[in-house]
Design a protein around this ligand. Structure first.
Ligand code: ADP
Length: 400
């Protein structure tokens, strides 16, 4: 069964075609800078890893409709000879609100419900465009939507509610939703499997550190708390997002810096985090600048790790017993300095990292706690596309 996974972001479209009989990737690509004067598409064919072929092309890509058309053109060039060869399409949808607790087969009702949730995540109306276009392009091929939020719908009310007037929740659905659920779910299942347990037998703190960053407290396989909130702006410090700040900073800036709400929103999302403090939103560049003696880069790195540490402490309290910390995504999987700094000082709480194991570069799942450390510290590579493809196969089979 061939499954095409589509992830429409606000200005990008990522896609991956997999043969789910052996889960191999046949082709993948990313369309970037959609809506900007010059866009870019990078397409990779992967019939066999050592024959991988990459094509990049620059051209204006005005909208997601054109991005989808380009994706189809690239796929038809070699990966498939006809679109009929694609058996199902899986879409990543950022916000499922309270309406979706698991992936769903797309029909008109599902599209309308996703549309109704757009006010909760306005930048991601592009998700809907991807689904609507795919239904037009691929005809009767089943489409499945997989939500970034559904793994978090198991949070108890005292964890997902904000202490605001109750009507904000009742009338406007203002609550904590949490994001990166596909990744947290995937790595928590993988970690349980690695530990030789059923997910229901383990408590985990999953730590997704990429450009966006979030953490989950996972109790007996279910999410009971998460760092992101109504939007993906909350919680940890990120590449360009601020994470948790005093909400009174907003009216302060409006009053004293004459900024509009939109300007403050843009500053918090695109000019804050690592970028806001150090001048770069990429952790590798932060390290390079730090090594060169840049004090703002030092500060950005220490702030970033300190916030991860604070949430580890908070989720230890939430869970009581923790079997493992699970680091994942670009920084979580690759950055030994961030892992070491975030765990520093937590030894009395059972979190003891082994510096040699932590520094060793390797692929796949690995343990980096010191011998005898009561809490395991795991690195588990995430694979959101594979999780979406697997969910897609499961839903299509259920509905067959
Ligand atoms: P996204 O959220 O866009 O999927 P990724 O998971 O790819 O992001 O993570 C991007 C972040 O990971 C960047 O800050 C990047 O610097 C960092 N990163 C990637 N590889 C490494 C590495 N080898 N060492 C340190 N940081 C890395």
């Amino acid at each position: 069964m061939k499954v095409l996974v589509i992830n429409c972001g606000s200005s990008s479209l990522k896609y991956q075609l997999r043969d789910m009989d052996d889960e191999s990737v046949l082709a993948s690509g990313v369309v970037e800078r959609i809506g900007e004067p010059m866009g870019r598409i990078t397409h990779t064919e992967l019939p066999e890893a050592d024959e991988a072929e990459k094509h990049a092309e620059e051209r204006p890509i005005p909208d997601h409709v054109e991005a989808m058309r380009l994706m189809v053109e690239k796929l038809l060039a070699r990966a498939v000879s006809s679109l009929d060869e694609i058996d199902a399409i899986g879409h990543r949808v950022v916000q499922g609100g309270e309406s979706f607790s698991h992936p769903e087969l797309v029909d008109d009702r599902v599209v309308e419900t996703i549309r109704a949730n757009i006010p909760l995540a306005p930048v991601h109306s592009s998700n809907t465009t991807g689904i609507v276009e795919a239904r037009k392009i691929f005809g009767d091929t089943p489409n499945v939507v997989v939500f970034d939020t559904d793994f978090h719908l198991t949070m108890p009310d005292y964890a997902f509610m904000y202490p605001l007037p109750l009507s904000f929740y009742k009338d406007l659905k203002v609550r904590k939703y949490g994001f990166h659920g596909t990744s947290h779910k995937y790595v928590s299942r993988k970690a349980a499997q690695y530990l030789g347990k059923d997910p229901s037998e383990v408590n985990l703190i999953t730590i997704h550190l990429g450009n966006g960053c979030s953490m989950d407290a996972v109790k007996a396989g279910k999410c009971v708390d998460t760092t992101m909130g109504l939007t993906p702006l909350a919680g940890l410090m990120m590449g360009t997002r601020c994470g948790d700040i005093d909400p009174a900073i907003l009216p302060f800036l409006a009053k004293h810096a004459s900024m509009t709400l939109d300007e403050i929103d843009a500053a918090m999302n695109f000019r804050s985090g690592l970028l806001g403090i150090s001048g770069t939103g990429d952790m590798r560049d932060v390290h390079a600048a730090r090594a060169g003696g840049d004090d703002n880069a030092r500060l950005a790195f220490e702030m970033f790790a300190y916030r991860v540490k604070k949430f580890i402490g908070s989720f230890l309290a939430v869970l009581g017993t923790v079997n493992a910390l699970v680091f994942t995504a670009g920084i979580g999987e690759n950055d030994a300095d961030v892992r070491a700094e975030a765990c520093k000082g937590l030894e009395p709480l059972g979190i003891r990292i082994d510096p040699v194991k932590n520094a060793k570069r390797a692929s796949g799942i690995r343990e980096i706690q010191a011998d005898g450390g009561p809490v395991k510290i795991l690195i588990v590579p995430t694979n959101e596309e594979l999780e979406i493809a697997r969910s897609t196969v499961a839903i299509v089979r259920q509905n067959a």
